[in-house]
Design a protein around this ligand. Structure first.
Ligand code: GLC
Ligand code: CA
Length: 540
């Protein structure tokens, strides 16, 4: 089976299942739930970072790339997890955070202590540029008492690595080989399109400085070197690059098989359609026309030029899509299935973020004290500094906070949802009594719908391999596309609103077969009517 037939499930280890009652999820918890994941039918598990880390950015501040953080368990637990998963037909994908390390990493510590060799591992300058950190404030911090500054595109304790230095590249390629030797079959590369910095760094007032360090031509060279030095030898390995503020043109380059870079890319344009003027910390209903345009733009270009998308609505950095794109109060179930169809029948490899398969919602927190994320705390403070009232600032933060998706997995309706018997590190979502795995498996229909979608991708080459073309791009409520492979076609239409609507069906599909739909009794004819959040896939 190739990556085109596979579906990947993302686990946020801290919040999946706690087996020693310290309030934090662990590797043993993931092992215990392999049967559940097998039942769902996924092929690979992407784990967010599980390495030793001071956890300033929940593990994206890595202090040691080739060990396991004790709170998650031991290397033995990890090896067992690989084996248990594999014997159930599931592989593991690890998160490689190669743009930066924690300032507690020994490389940074040795650099601070004055070792020249390690100072060359970082980006040190006498004069900072005007670039802004993605977590707020200037992107440079004083490098000890030296009078120099180190670059940190993220939090202050996440120091950017100097990829121009071949020794740094070798260290990182070694890390990949280490995990490959343990049987890891997937790598997710954190913000990998930011690794290539110019030799001379220049001020850039546009867009917080992003154009000065994003998608530089050299990034493609570095990724190719990495490919050739490690995973390129094993054709079963799947790689996905997280691309910050990228373009379809670059994503085609990153993923065209003949260029030997990556299998696929994550891009985020479709998840910025509720950003006012492109700013995250704002609150605005989503712009449907913009959503469709990014899907069609990436979909068509990647299809025409042989690139490959990672398809997703949710991850650990995003509020739950159900809260953003659906009237979840009235149409949670139909909406969850519609969103699932829109992604899973699309061209690319689908990702499911834990809890999505049961229709989990944002936690609906009441106070700032319930949020743990550093980005959220900084953003709240910046909103207050801009003169927003506490109430207004909280409302904005609540709609965008990353912790929205990081709350513990809801397994059952007990006090802490079967996640832990201790005190969870992050509070549970308010709807955990009504929305949980136990309830979903006994009486729900979202999980089954996901199961079916995963199956369909394996059974119908048109889903896994078909081309992509936009369908009714101007329709005010429908996101639709047509997939074609050899002599078969698939039309997928999704109503993104709670108002009914209708469309004219192209002749070729009028006699087609409904492959999957989230309402019963879909009648095909010259015209079809669509219920609130209805999704239909027609095969012919
Ligand atoms: C990526 C991760 C995010 C992290 C950031 C810095 O965007 O998904 O969680 O904070 O990189 O590593
Ligand atoms: Ca634990």
């Amino acid at each position: 089976m190739s990556f085109k037939e596979k579906v990947i499930y993302q686990i946020y280890p801290k919040s999946f299942l706690d087996t020693n009652q310290d309030g934090v999820g662990d590797l043993q918890g993931i092992k215990n739930k392999i049967p559940y994941l097998k039942q769902l039918g996924v092929d690979m598990l992407w784990l967010n970072p599980i390495y030793p880390s001071p956890q300033k950015d929940n593990g994206y501040d890595v202090a040691d790339y080739t060990a396991i953080h004790p709170m998650f368990g031991t290397m033995k637990d990890f090896d067992e997890l690989v084996d248990i998963a594999k014997s159930n037909g599931i592989d593991l994908m690890l998160d490689m955070v190669f743009n930066h390390v924690s300032t507690e990493h020994e490389w940074f510590q040795k650099a601070l202590a004055g070792e020249k060799k390690y100072q060359d591992y970082f980006i040190l300058r006498d004069e900072p540029t005007d670039w802004l950190s993605k977590f707020g404030g200037n992107a440079w911090a004083p490098f000890g008492e030296t009078g120099r500054y180190y670059l940190h595109l993220f939090e202050q304790t996440q120091a950017d690595l100097n990829w121009r230095n071949p020794a740094v590249r070798e260290e990182l390629f070694d890390v990949l080989r280490f995990w490959m030797n343990k049987g890891v079959k997937g790598f997710r590369f954190d913000v990998i399109n930011l690794i290539g910095k110019d030799e001379v760094l220049k001020n850039c007032s546009e867009n917080d400085g992003k154009p000065a360090y994003t998608d530089r031509a050299i990034v493609h060279d570095y990724i190719k070197m990495m490919n050739q030095a490690s995973f390129g030898d094993d054709k079963d390995i799947i790689t996905v690059g997280e691309m910050s503020s990228t373009t379809p043109e670059n994503c085609i380059l990153y993923t065209s098989p003949d260029r030997e870079e990556l299998t696929m890319t994550f891009n985020f344009h479709h998840l910025k359609v509720d950003y006012q003027d492109g700013k995250k910390w704002t609150k605005m209903p989503f712009d449907f026309a913009a959503l469709k345009e990014t899907f069609h733009d990436f979909g068509t270009k990647m299809s025409d030029k042989n690139g490959w998308n990672a398809l997703f609505w949710n991850n650990h950095d995003q509020p739950r899509a159900l809260n953003r794109f659906v009237d979840a109060k009235n149409y949670r179930v139909a909406g969850a299935k519609m969103l699932a169809s829109a992604i899973h029948l699309n061209r690319g490899t689908p990702y499911i973020y834990m809890g999505e398969e049961i229709g989990m919602l944002d936690p609906n927190f009441d106070s700032m004290t319930q949020y743990a994320d550093v980005e959220t705390a900084n953003a709240y403070q910046e909103l207050l500094d801009l003169g927003k009232s506490e109430e207004k600032a909280f409302e904005i933060v609540k709609s965008k906070a990353r912790d929205n998706s990081r709350t513990p997995m809801q397994w059952d309706d007990t006090e802490f949802s079967g996640f832990t018997e201790g005190t969870p590190w992050l509070a549970l979502g308010k709807s955990s009594k009504e929305i949980n795995v136990a309830k979903e498996l006994s009486e729900g229909s979202i999980f089954n719908y996901y199961q079916r979608l995963i199956q369909l991708r394996k059974e119908y080459p048109v889903i896994a391999r078909g081309s992509y073309e936009a369908f009714l791009p101007e329709h005010p409520q429908i996101y639709g596309y047509i997939r074609r492979f050899e002599d078969r076609s698939l039309l997928v239409v999704n109503n993104f609103y709670s108002q009914k609507t209708s469309i004219e069906l192209p002749e070729e599909f009028q006699q087609g077969e409904v492959l999957i739909a989230n309402y019963d009794n879909c009648l095909l004819g010259e015209k079809i009517n669509l219920e609130p959040y209805q999704s239909i896939a027609i095969y012919c």
